[in-house]
Design a binder for this molecule. Structure first.
Ligand code: NAI
Length: 301
């Protein structure tokens, strides 16, 4: 099969001044994409910021013969996001790919966490995904083409001590994806999620050096670039790290019909084994499939 290329395509990568985003931007450029390198350039907790990080990545792309522009806006800043998209349109006239990757951490156990830290992390990850997606959405609809990759985390899908704010944001991003994947279908807009594990400043204090060495961000990027390609599926959650690639799916068990009459708390307790029985469980592509199952079971099917 032919190599995956992005010639003539334009990609925006948020948070691409370092870590994973930088590798995604470089690989897209290597494969022919014109790239907007966005990064606020702040500290890991979201404080501070300057556009030097994004500019350095742009220089790297230019040095290898590619085309790129830097953008130092925060993904939460409406005017900055609008400028980022307008700059890409002015320069190249289209936007094919959005990789929503920017993010910060404010870890603390829930009992010690300030609501302000919860709101900030939700805002940067969730609204910082929604706002760039909204800003490119009509462009992608008009083009009848678009690929959006959002960035989730095992912390959101399964939990991680000290990351209730981050986990809520990362799962919120998946909820966002599940609906826009349906709304984007008729315009050939595919949305997928990456759940990475990589040695970056976000994780450098969490693992020993020998393990970090096996978790290069470059090992995640091929999965992201595939999800950004013409051949990408839609609605997939790809996990990637250390050269391993797998998929996460949300399954629902077949469940049990307990009838309308005589329903009680005890009936639910006494049927717990059937309710949670994994035999016949399925992933659904849309929420309506759950309702269809309810009616099928109610009708005795
Ligand atoms: P990183 O800290 O190296 O990169 C994040 C980048 O986003 C930084 O360059 C930062 O300046 C930028 N950024 C932060 N706030 C921004 C804002 N408001 N506007 C624009 N840019 C902003 O961290 P890493 O590890 O590369 O993270 C990338 C993404 O992957 C994040 O969404 C993170 O939550 C996610 N992730 C990373 C994991 C890992 O193992 N490294 C695990 C799971 C998810």
């Amino acid at each position: 099969m032919a190599d995956i290329r992005f010639d003539g395509k334009v990609a925006i990568v948020t948070g691409a001044g370092g870590g994973l985003g930088k590798q995604h931007a470089l690989e897209l450029a290597r494969r022919g994409a014109k790239v907007v390198v966005n990064d606020l350039g702040g500290a890991m907790d979201g404080s501070g910021g300057h556009s030097d990080a994004a500019k350095a990545v742009v220089e790297e792309i230019k040095a290898m013969g590619g085309e790129a522009i830097a953008n130092g806006s925060s993904v939460t800043d409406d005017a900055g996001v609008a400028r980022m998209v307008q700059d890409a349109m002015d320069q190249w006239g289209r936007i094919d790919v959005l990789i929503a990757n920017a993010g910060i951490l404010r870890d603390k156990s829930f009992s010690k966490m300030e609501i302000a830290d919860f709101e900030l992390v939700l805002n940067v990850h969730l609204m910082g995904t929604v706002k760039p997606a909204k800003a490119v959405w009509e462009i992608m609809r008009e083009q009848n083409y678009g690929r959006i990759v959002v960035t989730t985390s095992s912390s959101g899908m399964y939990g991680n001590f000290g990351q209730s704010n981050y986990g809520a944001a990362k799962m919120g991003i998946l909820g966002f994806m599940q609906t826009i994947k349906l709304e984007g279908q008729k315009n050939n807009i595919h949305i997928n999620a990456i759940s990475p594990v990589a040695a970056t400043r976000m994780t450098e204090n969490l693992m020993p050096p020998a393990m970090l060495e096996k978790l290069k961000p470059e090992y995640v990027t091929p999965g992201v670039v595939y999800l950004a390609s013409e051949e990408a599926p839609t609605g997939a959650i790809l996990t990637a790290g250390a050269g391993v690639f797998a998929m996460t799916r949300l399954y629902e068990t077949e469940g049990v019909y307990l009838g309308e009459g005589g329903l009680s708390v005890e009936e639910v307790r006494d049927n717990w084994a059937k309710i949670s029985d994994e035999a016949g469980q399925k992933p659904y592509f849309a929420g309506s499939e759950q309702g269809q199952k309810f009616f099928r079971k109610m009708m005795g099917g």
